[in-house]
Design a protein around this ligand. Structure first.
Ligand SMILES: Cc1cc2nc3c(=O)[nH]c(=O)nc-3n(C[C@H](O)[C@H](O)[C@H](O)COP(=O)(O)OP(=O)(O)OC[C@H]3O[C@@H](n4cnc5c(N)ncnc54)[C@H](O)[C@@H]3O)c2cc1C
Length: 463
């Protein structure tokens, strides 16, 4: 076993870990970045990018099949060549991964360690059984993995997670998707649009990250109108039978149904990769999920020289948050014991379903009852949305009753990814509804729908 002495060890070479490593090096300290899996990051290899590539193909198929209401007819069938779809997904994905790997190659050889890291104590790590690393500070940036409940394990090789989908060389005939969260909804709808028979199973009628009941109800109607979606499924039995999974369940009409699928995709949440880190050998306080208790502004775990960033801390599992948190954790690890709050932006989240779902600022579930008003717009009759036949969805914007300040929004609607940015900027600038209405709105655009919701909020504030 070799011994290494460095100022800072970063565990995990994903988005957060790479940002942390670069921040530490920029301060002139010695650092090592430890990676136990493949280089390339979750985002590029099995996350944001391949999922959006699959969705792009699915949307192309959907649009080609839905031209008739415009008087534009595609004569003949729209043919989806599964092998070609998956070839493009993998090819482009590999291109994105290639850029990340190129970046990793610029890191000096001596700063990289390959192997899984485990804590021996707060400042000593054992890596891959070959190296003991003595450090002054540590950044944990180990990401997250799909959470799989025991009954799914019975399905053997019929059980898949998102990582498996992006390795496919062709599209299967059928997939049962469990979990209508961000990943299940995006992949379930995309596969369905690509001609795969999909049934999406949910619990307690949740849809994506939505917490506003009215918006959620509209989302439920939109998605269950497009593909089989049991939002509050009662699954009686799951078994592997040869090359298929057999599911017995009570459907939304109360009937017992047995349906066979090529695969069952478990998209039932993700858990932080902290369970094999030997945290029991440290003095760190752990929460009920086994994640070190940390400060959300500084990312420091208690008063220790250990910091935790990205999906590993289970707080805001999004790419831009991982990058920001990695930088903060790296800066603070370098400057320890002088730690400072990092830059926290207004929260923003987008689900790349169709219609898209977006959340900005405070969630409905976190608002204090009686202290806010809700401005609303339905996209059904919104001018530009109707022109483009994208007129589905409902937007709620929330404003503080006393100050008129914009607090947040939840919605389902066209081009939500763009409007979400406008709203996140307004939120971060702490604008009031009046100040937002003083801003320009072009015509005819979907943002005029946002203006309708803001005007509704303004009227309620004036009551
Ligand atoms: C299907 C899918 C779609 C997504 N889409 C979006 C999206 O559209 N927009 C968005 O903002 N976010 C999206 N995300 C989330 C986003 O990908 C993550 O938030 C982000 O990649 C997390 O980065 P990270 O650095 O925390 O973790 P990772 O990139 O996962 O890096 C963690 C690294 O740590 C390594 N590691 C773990 N344990 C150890 C150990 N003990 N020793 C050494 N190394 C270890 C792992 O091998 C891994 O390389 C998506 C995620 C998925 C799965």
């Amino acid at each position: 076993m070799q011994t290494l002495n460095v100022d800072v060890a970063v565990i995990g070479a994903g988005t957060a870990g790479l940002a942390a490593y670069r921040a530490v090096k920029a301060k002139g300290l010695s650092a090592v970045i430890i990676e136990g899996g493949a280089y390339g990051t979750t985002c590029a290899r099995v996350g944001c990018m391949p999922s959006k590539l699959l969705i792009a193909a699915a949307d192309a198929a959907f649009e080609a099949r839905h031209t008739a209401p415009f008087g534009v007819h595609v004569d003949g069938a729209v043919r989806i060549a599964g092998a070609e779809v998956m070839d493009r997904v993998r090819r482009e994905r590999d291109r994105f991964v290639g850029f990340v790997v190129k970046g990793v190659e610029t890191i000096p050889h001596d700063d990289k360690l390959v192997g899984h890291a485990r804590f021996i104590d707060n400042t000593v790590l054992e890596v891959g059984g070959h190296t003991e690393v003595h450090v002054r500070r540590v950044v944990i940036a180990t990401g997250s993995s799909p959470k799989i409940a025991a009954p799914f394990r019975e399905l053997g090789d019929r059980l898949i997670v998102n990582d498996d989908v992006f390795g496919w060389h062709d599209l299967p005939e059928s997939v049962a998707v469990f979990g209508p969260g961000v990943i299940g909804l995006e992949l379930g709808q995309a596969l369905s649009r690509l001609g795969v028979r999909v049934r999406l199973f949910g619990k307690r009628c949740t849809v994506g990250p939505l917490t506003d009941p009215a918006v959620r109800a509209v989302a439920l109607k939109a998605f269950s109108g497009e593909f089989a979606f049991d939002a509050d499924a009662k699954v009686l039995d799951m078994q592997k039978d040869g090359e298929q999974a057999v599911l017995r369940f009570i459907d939304h009409d109360g009937r017992e149904v047995t349906e066979r699928f090529d695969y069952v995709l478990a998209a039932t949440g993700r858990e932080a990769n902290v369970h094999h880190l030997g945290l029991e050998n440290t003095t760190l306080e752990l929460d009920k999920n086994g994640v070190p208790v940390f400060d959300k502004e500084t990312l420091q775990c208690g008063a220790s020289p250990v910091f935790i960033a990205g999906d590993a801390n289970n707080f805001l599992p999004l790419l831009h948050e991982a990058a920001d948190e990695g930088k903060t954790a790296g800066d603070n690890a370098a400057n320890y014991p002088c730690v400072k709050p990092g830059h926290r932006r207004a929260t923003i989240g987008v689900v790349f379903s169709d219609p898209q779902i977006a959340m900005v600022g405070q969630r409905y579930a976190d608002l204090e009852e009686g202290r806010f008003v809700t401005g609303e717009v339905s996209f059904e009759d919104q001018g530009r949305s109707r022109v483009m036949l994208k007129n589905k969805g409902l937007m709620h914007v929330y404003a503080d009753k006393d100050t008129g300040r914009f607090l947040g929004a939840e919605w389902l609607g066209p081009r939500a990814e763009n409007i979400a940015h406008t709203l996140a900027w307004a939120c971060q600038m702490r604008l009031t509804v009046k100040e937002m209405l003083d801003m320009p709105f072009y015509h005819p655009v979907i943002e005029e729908g946002l203006r309708t919701a803001l005007r509704d909020a303004a009227a309620k504030l004036a009551e």
